[in-house]
Design a protein around this ligand. Structure first.
Ligand code: FPP
Length: 245
């Protein structure tokens, strides 16, 4: 183990690592605007940050990490910006195995049916090819909405009722968990939103019921491992009571 990794391992042994960190990758547009560039340049930089942060999470031992790449509401943006984000996404999922290695399971959160056959197939193949890896799970939310996630799970349970396999009165919270896009992934412990906005914006609503929120003014393209360490340190100073005392 090199010096850097040894130092990191020592630091990590003293702090509690969140089991699941979720990132809202916000501020790409403002990053570009400040430089007089079109918004899509901000997304390109944001995608580089996504790559670096994924790798860093894996190196320090985070087991589950989610990123909000594109919401069900983002289709309202100008077509050239939407196209640029989808193209970036296409590029990154082709390249994904090169930068996360062979040990990361990939899950896509959201309704895939909106994408063209080629992209959808790449997404499904990647999920299937990586399904047995367990060093880390990387969840990428694309065409995702938290309310849509819950509605999607409710429809599956409703179908079970209709098929006579379940009584409405027997539905429990635990039955929702495996039907959500996040499947067997534990709830979010730490939700990070850069760029100064302090909202959840329809991300992982069910899964963030007891998450700690961390906000910073840094824009997503400038977010780095030091910023993430700060967020994890802050997480270590929070008292989590989960409704108890
Ligand atoms: C929010 O910033 C960001 C998005 C809606 C897109 C995020 C997409 C990427 C980082 C690239 C594609 C993803 C992958 C995984 C390769 P904003 O545009 O709302 O920023 P603003 O609030 O400053 O305008």
């Amino acid at each position: 183990m090199g010096l850097f990794k040894r130092k990191k391992a020592a630091e990590n042994s003293e702090r509690v690592l969140p089991k699941h960190i979720a990132f809202i990758m916000d501020g790409n547009g403002r990053w570009a605007k400040r430089r007089g560039l079109p918004r899509k340049f901000g997304h390109r930089e944001g995608a580089k940050t996504f790559k670096k942060i994924t790798r860093y999470c894996k190196d320090i031992g985070i087991k589950n990490v989610s990123f909000y790449a594109f919401s069900t509401e983002n289709w309202k943006r100008p077509k050239d910006e939407v196209d640029a984000i989808i193209e970036l996404f296409r590029e990154y999922i082709i390249d994904v195995r090169n930068y996360i290695g062979e040990e990361v399971r990939v899950l896509f959160l959201g309704d895939k049916s909106i994408f063209d056959d080629d992209l959808r197939k790449k997404m499904v193949d990647l999920e299937n090819d990586t399904k047995d890896y367990n060093r880390m799970t990387m969840l990428l939310a694309i065409n995702y909405g938290g309310r849509d996630d819950i509605v999607h799970a409710a429809k599956t349970l409703a179908q079970r009722v209709r098929d006579g396999k379940l009584l409405p009165g027997d539905i429990t919270e635990e039955m929702f968990q495996p039907e959500l896009y996040t499947k067997d992934v534990p709830d979010v412990d730490l939700l990070i939103r850069p760029s100064g906005e302090e909202r959840i914006s329809n991300f992982l609503l069910w899964q963030s019921a007891y998450a700690e929120f961390y906000f910073t003014n840094v824009l997503w393209p400038d977010f780095d491992s030091k910023e993430l360490d700060k967020a994890i340190d802050e997480f270590n100073h929070r008292q989590r009571r989960f409704g108890g005392v």
